[in-house]
Design a protein around this ligand. Structure first.
Ligand code: FNR
Length: 399
């Protein structure tokens, strides 16, 4: 079935029953009750069985400009496509007869136990995808047993997200120029119980689709976002243009390494740097004592023409030489992608678009579903390669 007719089918089938079975419904279905004859009829509501299905559901539900905001990449989208293509170029060589019939996917990230090596990457504007936005994503991450990377621009305050679940959270910092605001924000992050800070340093998106669609946050969301960060001077009474102008000038886009000295001086939380693509930058990050490195090209949303993250990962891992934990994101769509990233040295991976689509498709249940899909795909890949536990995933699995 081509993608268009699949999307149409989903649109037609999307009724009040939700777009797919949740795991709880699936379990209830397995209780021996008589099979529902309608379920097997042609045209019955299809289940999302992979990330691409979830993307199709999101596309059918979201306004075009919002879908494009999530899905597209910068300029000619070379980097966006490369992130995906590079995974497809890597082949897995499964050793046989390892006596493995199940796998333990649990691991740790900065000492935090997680049930699988997949974290939720910081993603902005989540209330545009679902009314519950980041609150739903936080609950889903907690239910799935993983870490929620909370964007500075998620759409809810640090405290609202903090209270929405007991699960582990890392806060992603975009840095206000006004360091008094930055400091207060970091203090609030600590008080709200976040366990680490990710500083994203590859700043600024350049996406043709967003300019063509004139994609913009509605005024209410932009005002709330700025107030949530701590810009108390922003009020509802300001004109939209004034709020936009303020936003354009509010953020520090000229970060340099000494910023981390300042940040280290005001917080004891573990620090990660996100946006690393070069081994020498990774070495520098280790030399100044950062705890984690996220190899990332911002999902191909910033500078077009950068290579795939999976291709630069081995060089970064080598440069870091165990001095910090190395994570990667960009293009993870399958459990085998997670396996490949771990084989090449990543501690764990982060996903962006897959859970943004899932949030649009079915809120909290959708995000749980997409994590579970990746979990089962990774489990299958581990069993097929004789890996009973995460530390069994070795470089030799990859060509
Ligand atoms: C992002 N990303 C991002 N990164 C960040 O540090 N802060 C942010 O606010 C956002 N916002 C954002 C919005 C949307 C819609 C997307 C898709 C991505 C980048 C994100 O953290 C991650 O690096 C990429 O999404 C990873 O690539 P994949 O998984 O989307 O291929």
């Amino acid at each position: 079935m081509d993608r268009r007719s699949f999307t149409q089918l989903l649109t037609l089938g999307a009724g009040s029953l939700g777009l797919w079975k949740t795991s709880a419904q699936a379990a209830a279905d397995d209780t021996g009750a008589a099979p529902d004859p309608e379920r097997n009829q042609q045209g019955a509501q299809p289940e999302a069985v992979n990330v691409a299905d979830i993307e199709a559901i999101a596309e059918a539900k979201l306004p075009k400009a919002t879908f494009d905001y999530i899905a597209t990449g910068s300029a000619d989208q070379v980097t966006l496509h490369e992130n995906l293509a590079a995974f497809k170029r890597l082949y897995v060589y499964p050793p046989l007869m390892k006596g493995v019939s199940d796998a333990d996917l649990s691991t740790t990230a900065l000492g935090q136990m997680i049930t699988l090596p997949v974290l939720l990457a910081p993603v902005a504007a989540q209330r545009m995808y679902h009314a519950q936005g980041g609150l739903a994503a936080a609950r889903a991450a907690a239910a799935a047993g993983t870490i929620y990377g909370v964007s500075s621009s998620v759409g809810n305050s640090v405290e609202e997200i903090g209270l929405s679940s007991n699960g582990p959270k890392w806060f992603q910092l975009y840095v206000p120029k006004d360091r008094a605001v930055s400091r207060r924000l970091v203090e609030r992050v600590e008080r709200a119980g976040y366990e680490a800070i990710i500083v994203t340093v590859d700043l600024g998106e350049w996406k043709d689709a967003d300019r063509r669609n004139r994609f913009a946050l509605p005024k209410e969301m932009l005002v709330k976002h700025l107030r949530d960060v701590g810009f108390d001077q922003i009020t509802d009474r300001m004109s939209y243009e004034d709020v936009v102008d303020f936003n354009v000038n509010a953020w520090d886009l000229s970060l340099s390494w000494p910023f981390f000295d300042w940040l280290r001086g005001i917080t004891k939380l573990p620090l990660l740097i996100k946006g690393v693509m070069r081994p020498e930058d990774a070495r520098k990050a280790v030399s100044i004592g950062l705890d984690g490195i996220v190899v990332s090209n911002h999902g191909g949303r910033r500078l077009d023409g950068m290579p795939a993250t999976i291709d630069v990962l081995p060089g970064v891992v080598e440069a870091v030489a165990g001095g910090a934990e190395v994570y990667m994101d960009g293009g993870i769509r399958r459990g085998t992608d997670v396996l490949k990233a771990l084989a090449l040295g990543a501690r764990a991976v982060l996903i962006g678009r897959p859970y943004a689509w899932a949030l649009a498709a079915d809120g909290e249940a959708g995000v749980v579903r997409v994590i579970d899909l990746l979990r089962e795909e990774l489990r299958n890949a581990m069993i097929a390669t004789g890996c009973a536990k995460i530390s069994d995933i070795e470089r030799s699995l990859i060509s």
